[in-house]
Ligand binder design. Sequence first.
Ligand code: M6R
Length: 620
Amino acid sequence: MCGIVGYIGKKNCKQIIFNGLKRLEYRGYDSAGIAVLDGGNIEFIKASGKLKELEKLMDQLPNSAVSGIGHTRWATHGSPSTINAHPHVFGKLALIHNGIIENYGDLKTGLELAGISFHSETDTEVALMMLNKELEEVEKQVGHNPSNIKQAIINTTSKLKGTYSFGVIYSEEPDALYLVKHGTPLAIGKGEEEMFFASDVSAFVEYTKKAVFLHDGEFARISSSSIEVYNFSCQPVEHVFVDINMRSEELEKGGYAHYMLKEICEQPMVLSSIIDRLVDKTNSCIKEEALGLDKIDVRGIRSVHVIGCGTAFYSGYTIKYALEELTGISVNLELASEFRYRGVHLDPSSLVIAISQSGETADTLAALKYAKEHGAKTYCVCNVYYSSIPREADFSLYMDAGPEIGVASTKAFTGMVLCNYLLAIGIASRLKDKKNIYSKVGFSSMLKQMYYLPSLIEGIVSGREEIKEISNKYYNSSNFLYIGRGSHYSIALEGALKLKEISYIHAEGYAAGELKHGPIALIDSSIPVVALIPNDRYFPKTESNMEEVKARDGRVIGVGDREKISKVCESVLRCPQIEDPYLQSILSVIVLQLFAYYIANRRGTDVDQPRNLAKSVTVE
Ligand code: M6R
């Protein structure tokens, strides 16, 4: 989604802003622009397409400018054209925006009736023109004064509905930039005699690691040496500096062809650090405090709801299946976009678990707020510190996977699955005195198996050439089906999502048992069927489904133990086997991540920034 960035200091700002935009590329965008203030004049450039188009125009911006704003736009209202790109500039103002102004249509009509004309199709230009009008009104009332801009911002925010982070240049105040936050993220970075702001800290972490995160309903005036924060009633608000624990090297590809491949290969390290943080290896038990179990009244829980979007939602199957199996408590797993509007009944005995890599997904955030408003206990599994979802939740379990830059989630997915599984085990072990269902289940043996996970994953990533070779046989197919059972149903969904996201091939995941209820009609020699068939209790059933596909000339790609499955498969994507089904699902999905990666690579798509997709979906 849109990325905003800005700088004010003593240096030539245009390159710093451009570098910031490069860092935000991963969020997904289709046009970009920069505005700077130079000698009281606002100069700007905009281009549709990737940043290399904007780069061609950089010479048009003065080298003497020391403050400015930049934007990457993910089109919502209006096509990804140059005219719709931000910054939008009018009179003494330039403005960039991340979010959506929901009532922009009514506001635009009102402004047009007042004689104001528009050049773009965007909701953002409406916000700019509203701000300009409010500024004129304030001037009429109290006379000219540069600080009138604050009142104009407040008056404007009182009229806007929706979500927004704004960065504003006001040419009357060359020593300041204005920032506004309501519903989408905004961080300020403090350097030596310079200040930065951005949608996320990756845009400025190479310059400073001191940041302030604005809250919804706040705006700020920043200069090269000061930060003033106000609420929307213009009362000063104290701000807190936090130290960012991110190294700029983490944002590099580190010798890999793509971020996605790098992130796939980082999984042994990511999972091993999760295990170290959350499992007491000496006693083979969960570290309850690290999981925040002391913060949840586990015994008082009557209903559990797990919410997320996309890959995060698929990871939620691990909590659902594991918690139901281990505790007998029913778990409602639901897409956040549905949950938030469905009027689900919640009360203090409900536990709502939100899962999100970015911590900024608008639907998940809104669903979590709904849960809080209705008195539920809230918990989140998240990757990004200081993001909005952890700020809302009663307790946040961080997966600490490091920055995930590839739009297609990989290490965050396996991080989520592992955290979710540990959470389920943790809740179950807390409940164990109350019910007896899990006396059969040896938690310590489950945990001990986890210790093998990183080295098994090492084996998959180091043998990836074989997956590449197999992908070469299939990269030309237009449709794929993925099937799996039990813990591998969600892996079928996730495997299909990975393929479609980065290769643009149509792929669907199904529970293997569902095949004969419809999708089997599609089977012929043109559709590869990726069958997830680990050595688990469902093996014979999934094997029969594979036979059914084969009997109809279907092409089966099996993911499992070669010795056991090769006779039913056209190809085998070899996967090491582990007894625990949830840990097995982590191994299987990594094979599918690599399979999708190599197919997309062969098709020549933009693996890290697939078309139309955004890393952090901050609008509904
Ligand atoms: O940041 P989140 O985990 O909340 O994001 C949710 C989805 O937008 C995300 O998982 C999306 O489906 C990814 N592109 C999957 O690869």
